[in-house]
Design a binder for this molecule. Sequence first.
Ligand code: CDP
Length: 228
Amino acid sequence: MQDHPVIAIAIDGPAAAGKSTVAKRVAERLGFTYIDTGAMYRAVTLACIKNGLDPKDEAQAVSLLPSISIEFDSEGKTILCGEDVSKMIRQPIVSGNVSYIAAMKPIRLALVEMQRKMADSRSVVMDGRDIGTYVLPQAQVKIFQIASVETRAVRRYEENLEKGINTSLKEVEEDVRKRDYIDSHREFAPLKPAPDSVLIDTSFLSIEESVNAVLEVVKDKTGVTPKC
Ligand code: CDP
């Protein structure tokens, strides 16, 4: 049983800033549910590609919405129409197209509705680009997590290697720069820090140090401390 009201922690920031790793650990430490909103945009992108549709064509992408379902199972795996796509959504073809899909307003509106429902009755750590500014503006804790583009590219490159995803460091850096540009320049709910967010630069922080930095802000803003 929770001994505090429903709490929302929003972690936003540019591509490959380590948000999901940090958000997952913060959620574990606090006993909150972790929600990876990027995985949802990636799942829609994958669905487009699988169905032979053009992820840059809004009418084609939007036509898919009524026929797809996206869920997270109890282990946090991403389930698209009943299939575990957690690995497939990390492939370069999806990363290279996801920002086009994420710039489409009807797609964002549909996914944001799902995201708000997920945070409705339980405490969550939700990571993305627009969580503190648009999805959960009432979140008690808002973090904007950054790192230099070079650091982010190396981190994602190493993460890809571990997952058996074959990409060069140059390709990864180009993808990160391209997504940052599209994500911050789109018209609807662009990537930007909420005015009441706390900036955490993880360029020189380990994962554990980044997690602790977020937990400090959580304690400061809500009084909630880790269970483990
Ligand atoms: O893990 P990484 O930082 O590379 O990206 P992600 O969180 O998986 O998000 C993939 C893409 O989805 C981003 O580059 C954005 O285009 C989009 N996205 C978004 O627009 N809004 C969100 N709340 C989350 C992701």
